[in-house]
Write a protein that binds this ligand. Structure first.
Ligand SMILES: Cc1cc2nc3c(=O)[nH]c(=O)nc-3n(C[C@H](O)[C@H](O)[C@H](O)COP(=O)(O)OP(=O)(O)OC[C@H]3O[C@@H](n4cnc5c(N)ncnc54)[C@H](O)[C@@H]3O)c2cc1C
Length: 478
């Protein structure tokens, strides 16, 4: 199925109409502002052209968004929702100009329900504020993307964000019970609610989760909270070689007889760049080719200590050089600041000639993937830094070139394609948590067959027959 769409441009009359909806302080055509809101964290030089909206609007409530969508649908003007703009796939980048819709002013925690163990929030609440609010009530919100200090919960829902606790608790979608949504024609509906079970109709909650702002605009979210553990211990485990670190994971899970809340991986290059970026040192950064970060939780101190000891022994048996236990706030904070800064550290080192990948490999094939990645990068003279959520097989690979290399786009593009070919051979997939967005839409047909791509287009058009909500994302359109 292909479909052609003719979109209208924003005119002065449109801007006047938008001011009617949002008020004068809710609309801006200031070029600097509009340009800033038309970006996310994908490096600008990766785009083949400049993508800038005509106008940015700042919503304060559901009614305004409903009015906007009714208007935009009628006039055939594209609308691109935007959270905090920390996305890594160009999801919030306006592929066809039009209206950029910022959700940043919808930033209230609306309700804490201690009986149902839920929190209801607006989409512009920063993820870490939800973690903190839950912790203040002795509860856990288990969503934990590395960008959590900046990203919004609406963006997390739209991308089905993963992060550091997925191995035990699952991605954002596992914590979403219900949501209020404005559909592309302006109608407002609720999918799900505070109920723990619900098979009344299709599971629209989990169709919306990960739909990258293409099916509707999420305006309220009900999240599941969990009891929090009394004690949390983090381990930093250096391994001499990458293969031993990867092969340790199944032993940690099976012989350890418990699921850690985190199994994170940092290769040597990522570790050295992070040290340089944060001006700090981590143990064995020169000797180890890979570090794992493991996190364990429990309610009984002694029992947790025994468990940690057992896990330490398993790691040493699997070839770990040492096992460091972070059991106080200062050491923990340093460790997680390190992990959460890896991406920025790599980009600070290689800001231009770069591509960030987010592939997922079945656990049994991650070691093969890393070996083949090393081979192709060496063969092409391209450097890489690899890190990520090893417990989920989700590897972030940043391919980069140092210095000024003529033809760097082609060189990096060629390695990127070879990397995808390996991922397909190993039965992995294109993206685990950053999304397809604009950045990867041209590659999706290598990973999904025609029947599925056609189905994606038909679902999109069932929600949005005029294709005005975030067009140009996930699958290619004519
Ligand atoms: C340093 C760094 C570390 C990161 N670490 C992780 C990580 O560990 N795990 C992970 O999963 N991601 C990670 N990311 C990627 C990014 O933070 C996530 O994708 C995050 O969920 C995006 O949220 P946002 O609010 O910034 O969304 P934006 O970038 O603004 O938008 C993302 C998408 O969501 C849509 N959208 C936003 N709000 C709404 C809404 N209310 N309704 C409908 N659609 C909406 C947009 O249209 C867009 O398609 C990282 C990014 C950076 C820069």
């Amino acid at each position: 199925m292909t479909a052609k769409f003719d979109f209208a441009r924003v005119t002065q009359t449109t801007v006047r109409d938008l001011v009617e909806i949002f008020g004068p302080s809710g609309v801006s055509v200031d070029r600097e502002k509009v340009t800033a809101y038309s970006k996310d964290e994908v490096a600008l030089h990766l785009w083949d052209k400049e993508y800038t909206a005509d106008v940015v609007c700042f919503a304060e409530n559901t009614e305004q968004i409903s009015d906007l969508m009714r208007y935009a649908n009628d006039k055939k003007i594209p609308v691109t929702p935007r959270g905090a703009g920390t996305g890594l796939s160009g999801g919030a980048v306006p592929a066809f100009c039009g209206i950029e819709l910022s959700l940043e002013r919808m930033n209230k925690i609306l309700e804490f329900d201690m009986e149902n163990l839920t929190i209801t929030v607006e989409p512009g609440v920063v993820t870490a504020e939800i973690n903190k609010a839950a912790a203040d009530h002795g509860l856990l919100y288990a969503g934990d993307p590395c960008s959590g200090d900046a990203s919004f919960i609406g963006g997390n829902v739209a991308e089905n964000a993963g992060g550091n606790k997925v191995v035990k608790y699952g991605p954002t979608g596992n914590h979403v019970l219900g949501m209020e949504v404005v559909l592309p024609d302006g109608s407002v509906t609720w999918f799900g609610g505070k109920r723990r079970k619900d098979v009344t109709g299709y599971d629209f909650v989990h169709l919306m989760v990960g739909s990258e702002g293409t099916l509707g605009i999420v305006t309220k979210i009900i999240l599941r909270l969990l009891p929090s553990s009394s004690f949390v211990v983090d381990l930093l485990v250096p391994f001499a070689d990458v293969k031993s670190a990867i092969k340790a994971v199944p032993a940690i899970m099976t012989e350890g007889k418990s699921i850690p809340s985190s199994i994170e991986f940092i290769d040597k290059q990522s570790m050295l760049l992070t040290e340089e970026y944060l001006r700090t040192k981590f143990p064995f950064s020169n000797e180890a080719d890979a570090h794992l970060i493991l996190q364990y939780e429990g309610n009984e101190r002694e029992r947790l200590a025994d468990e940690i000891e057992k896990i330490g022994d398993i790691c040493l048996k699997q070839g770990a050089l040492e096992v460091f236990v972070a059991d106080n706030r200062t050491v923990k904070d340093k460790l997680w600041k390190g992990r959460k800064s890896v991406a920025e550290a790599v980009w600070a080192h290689a800001p231009i000639q770069v591509s960030n990948e987010d592939v997922v490999i079945p656990a049994s094939a991650v070691a093969d993937f890393m070996r083949e990645l090393d081979d192709i990068c060496h063969g092409a003279g391209v450097k890489y830094a690899a890190y990520g959520h090893l417990g989920d097989g989700n590897m972030h690979v940043t391919l980069y070139l140092e210095g000024e290399t003529p033809g760097w786009r082609e060189i990096i593009g060629d390695v990127r394609q070879k990397l995808y070919t390996i991922v397909i051979k190993l039965e992995g997939t294109l993206t685990g948590e950053h999304g397809v967005g604009l950045k990867r839409a041209a590659y999706i047909s290598q990973f999904l067959d025609d029947a599925q791509i056609d189905l994606i287009r038909r679902v999109k058009l069932a929600f949005d027959p005029n294709n005005i909500l975030n067009p140009g994302k996930i699958v290619p359109w004519e």
